[in-house]
Design a protein around this ligand. Sequence first.
Ligand code: MTE
Length: 316
Amino acid sequence: MYVIKKPGWAMPERSATPEHLVVNRRHAMGLAAGGVALAALPKPAAASDFLAELYPAPRNERFVLDRPLTDESVATSYNNFYEFGSHKQIARAAQRLQLEPWEVVIDGLVEREIRLDAADLIRRFDLEERLYRLRCVEAWAMAVPWTGFPLKDLVAFAKPLGGAKYLRMETFLDPSMAPGQRQFWYPWPYVEGLTMAEATNELSFIATGMYGRPIPRQNGAPLRLAVPWKYGFKSIKSIRRFTFTAERPLSFWEELQGSEYGFWANVNPEVPHPRWSQAEERMIGTDEMIPTQLFNGYGEFVAHLYEGMADERLFM
Ligand code: MTE
């Protein structure tokens, strides 16, 4: 993610090399991600062994891909997880994430507040594997086999009250574990939100594993959101709190730079980011350029959610 607002003494954006140039330079050096390139990436950190006995889970064949899966070593070593650094090679640093104990809080407009350990929460649901695309707002993409459970199952377990209109999700907050959280100009903790209709849509998924194993820390252990029709920043990692609320949550990137990263963030190739085109995406690992699709190709599942909402900034 590229942000403009930073304190005056932070490195100005013009001094930072834009990601696409770094990637091109790697290309020139024969080090691009994929093939030989992997040698240049940090060695993928070991998958976590959190609830390892639950994997692999049966695949739900309803969700099909139009492209090959991204190589596991690429998907687990090219990450956005600002809590561990504002660059892509955070996999090693993220191994400091302590998964036990991991209390999950479900609160706000619910029949009663629930606090339980992530392991106990995950064991309540039937896990399944789904092949999903992920399209980052930075115009790179991957295709991943997530394991987890539908978010609507968690919503049913939470028993929200009638007044709940949104689900707000929050990542852990622990600057001693996550050095990025000492960068005070970011509005920690990371927050994301969905409407109740989005949260209970069949595509909304809580991933607890990937590639048939527990999800690695750098990809958002022990539980992260996967909403494949939205830009990747909506897919919040390492969730600690689910809050049902009547007010639309202010998400991390929206608070930081609302003119570029909005609440809805639905993928649309025809609506450029203010500073780059969204017409195409680069598959990490192969560098193949693929035309981007409206709702990232998931319109049949979600287009109806946005009917009659033309006044909203649905696509940024
Ligand atoms: N969640 C948290 N807590 N912190 C983050 O920095 N980055 C987001 C999203 N979830 C992020 C996060 C962005 S910008 C993207 S593209 C995806 O995670 C990347 O997921 P991946 O590293 O598994 O590919």
